[in-house]
Write a protein that binds this ligand. Structure first.
Ligand code: GRF
Length: 217
């Protein structure tokens, strides 16, 4: 059994793709055992509950600015890690989880956290990506990369799945797909097209990782 924890902040259509693949016997024996969100209104929690999969919300408390902000955030990461660790996951998937996780969280799941990012990221951690046609485009990082790609007038963007390190939107690449930007694209249409690729990629990556896993000690 290859146990998967999925962290979400929103709709959870990628989570649903994992559920669907699991039902179709297409997830290589991997099973989603828990879904955790920082937002109680994340629809992905309902998707989990509807299947009888454990679902939890660990909200990040509003904190005043200043030094105490760091302590509040560190304590939240520990609470989050405790909930996830209770399910002893082989893999933690950040599927639209809109919070940055530091080593305070990551150290509990060494080399076991992967992230979906709706833009192309480079393998070398640099500031540009070279596409399959030799075009050099900016590596877009952060929470607004779909509108950023439109604003910059790029002709191609994409999506990436990578292992998570303490550096934001960085880490070894597991899968990447280029997505052309069409002349009449807006943020919604472009993001939907990217997400269709993300759903296919996340299933493939989880299946491959499950297939290559060594038994839990
Ligand atoms: C995806 O585009 C993911 O890359 C981004 O948030 C989106 C999540 O979509 N970080 P959904 O909640 O799975 O529908």
């Amino acid at each position: 059994m290859y146990t998967v924890a999925v962290l979400i902040s929103g709709s959870g259509s990628n989570l649903q793709a994992l559920f669907d693949a699991q039902d179709a016997g297409d997830l290589g024996g991997a099973e989603v055992h828990v879904v955790v969100s920082d937002r109680s209104d994340a629809f992905g929690l309902q998707r989990a509950l509807a299947r009888g999969v454990a679902a939890a919300c660990v909200p990040l408390p509003a904190a005043p600015s200043g030094p105490s902000r760091h302590a509040v955030r560190a304590a939240w990461e520990q609470r989050l890690a405790k909930v996830v660790a209770a399910f002893t996951p082989d893999l933690v998937v950040l599927a639209g989880f809109m919070r940055i996780l530091s080593s305070g969280f990551l150290q509990h799941f060494p080399n076991r956290v992967i992230n979906q990012h709706p833009a192309l990221l480079p393998a070398d951690g640099g500031d540009t990506v070279t596409t399959s046609t030799g075009l050099v485009i900016p590596a877009l990082r952060g929470a607004h990369v779909v509108p950023d790609a439109l604003r910059l007038g790029m002709s191609v963007t994409g999506c990436t799945i990578h292992r998570v390190t303490p550096r934001v939107d960085d880490g070894p690449i597991l899968a990447r797909t280029e997505v052309p930007i069409l002349p009449d694209d807006d943020e919604v249409s472009l993001h939907e097209r990217i997400k269709a690729h993300e759903r296919r990629m996340i299933v493939q990556v989880v299946r491959d990782l499950a297939a290559g896993s060594s038994p839990k000690s």
